[in-house]
Each structure stands twice: as structure tokens, then as C-alpha cells.
Design a protein around this ligand. Structure first.
Ligand code: UDP
Ligand code: MG
Length: 222
């Protein structure tokens, strides 16, 4: 297939499914990084919208999980001056997974796809365009997978391996070396949010949703 044809195919998939992206970022006491994170994510969003891979309605959604520092003040300031920034706020701390679920619940109302990423950007933002490419090729779930476990200590690697083996023993299918850095299409979000468990562990549930998926590899910063 020529480059032109394959681009044409991507564009038609994007038109069909819609291409508004929301990047969901849970934040607990992240005053030190939230401005820099906004700067870096905005560059990626500018680039993707310049290439027409994402739509005008694309946003960053900060979920302030009861931070005790100036995180929310900074998010409010950023909302005023950056066209991408939106935010929601919890009155107390609920934890990482609940913050992600709240973010996805809000995002699914207007986003065709979401990417969840931690506020400290330990996960490489340059994997985001690759995730969007995979969505444009028809994937519903794109897992960010770190490929540099070798920099971990022996203890961390061994306990991580044991963890995945144990989870597999319980019948929980998980993608090794994948945390919560992933893209979801709207139908994958809707499928995921149907699991009404008290303690949703997203990494264990996402593979059960069962739509076409792919992986994007990146080096995680320590
Ligand atoms: N986080 C949150 N609520 C919490 C703890 C963490 O929303 O109670 C957020 C945090 O701001 C970050 C992400 O979840 O964006 C991952 O947290 P952290 O960096 O502490 O996790 P680690 O890197 O140690 O896995
Ligand atoms: Mg972290």
C-alpha cells in the first residue's frame, strides 16, 4: 500500500470514530510539575492537531485528587491561559485509581479517545503520537509498555515478575511492564466503566474489555 493510500485509510477511520483526544492526568500534590507538564503536553497537542490527527476539541483534563499544596490554584491559572487545560477537583484524596476513573467518566462525554498519564511525566510523552497513530489504524486500546526494566534493581525486577505470575494465577490477564499510561477509544472507556467494582484496578480490567489492542514501547525515566 502506498503512503498516500494508508494515510487516506487512517483519515477515514479518524472521521468515522472521531478524533478528539483528552489526556487525563491525575494529580496529588503536583505543584512542582504541573506547569512543565502542561507545557510539554501542549507541544504534543499542537503537533498532533497540526497534522489533523486530533480534533479541535482535544483537551488536557487534570483531576486534582485532594491535593494539599497549590496544585489546584495552578490548574485554575492554567485553565485561564491555555486553551487545552480543563480540570476537576475532589474535595479529599481518593487515590490514583479513583482519580483515573473520575477522569475517564468525565472525558467520555466529549472525547473520542483518552490517554491517561501520570503528572510527573515519568512516562515518555513522545509515545503519545504513536498511540494516536495506532488509534487511527483502528485500535481501541494502546498500552504504553516500558522497555527498560534492566535499570531497575534485582529486587524490583524479581518482585515485579512474581506479581505478574501471581496475578496470572488468579486469572487476571495483565500486560507486563505496563502501568496506567494508555490510550482508550470511547467504546473501550464505556466498556471499562461498566465494571462497577469498589476497588477497580484498571490494569487488571482493561484487557478484559476485549477490543483490538496494541503496544507502544518507551523508556521510563527513573
Ligand atoms: N496520584 C493521585 N492520587 C494519589 C496518589 C497519586 O491522583 O493519592 C497521582 C499522582 O499525582 C501521579 C499518579 O497518580 O500523577 C501516580 O502517582 P505517583 O507518581 O505517586 O506513583 P508512582 O510513580 O510512584 O507509581
Ligand atoms: Mg510517579
Amino acid at each position: 500500500m502506498t503512503q498516500l493510500q494508508s494515510n487516506g485509510k487512517k483519515m477515514s477511520i479518524l472521521e468515522e470514530r472521531g478524533n478528539n483526544l483528552t489526556i487525563v492526568v491525575p494529580c496529588y500534590n503536583e505543584e512542582a510539575v504541573v506547569e512543565e507538564t502542561t507545557r510539554q503536553l501542549s507541544i504534543i497537542l499542537d503537533k498532533l492537531s497540526g497534522e489533523h490527527l486530533i480534533g479541535e476539541g482535544s483537551r488536557i483534563l487534570y483531576v486534582n485528587d485532594g491535593s494539599q499544596d497549590r496544585t489546584w490554584e495552578l490548574i485554575e491559572m492554567l485553565m485561564k491561559k491555555n486553551k487545552y487545560v480543563t480540570g476537576i477537583k475532589f474535595s479529599r484524596n481518593f487515590g490514583h485509581q479513583d482519580a483515573l476513573i473520575a477522569g475517564l467518566t468525565v472525558a467520555k462525554e466529549h472525547a473520542d479517545m483518552t490517554i491517561t498519564i501520570d503528572a510527573d511525566l515519568q512516562d515518555d510523552v513522545n509515545a503519545i503520537p504513536k498511540m494516536v497513530q495506532d488509534y487511527a489504524e483502528g485500535k481501541d486500546v494502546v498500552y504504553g509498555v516500558r522497555n527498560n526494566r534492566e535499570t531497575d534493581t534485582w529486587f524490583k525486577r524479581t518482585t515485579a515478575k512474581l506479581f505478574y505470575r501471581l496475578m496470572a494465577g488468579f486469572g487476571v490477564k495483565m500486560v507486563p511492564n505496563h502501568a496506567d499510561f494508555r490510550l482508550l477509544s470511547r467504546r473501550a472507556m464505556v466498556g471499562l466503566l461498566k465494571y462497577k467494582e469498589e476497588n477497580l484496578f484498571l490494569r487488571g480490567i482493561v484487557p478484559l474489555v476485549g477490543y483490538p489492542s496494541s503496544k507502544v514501547y518507551y523508556a521510563r525515566k527513573s
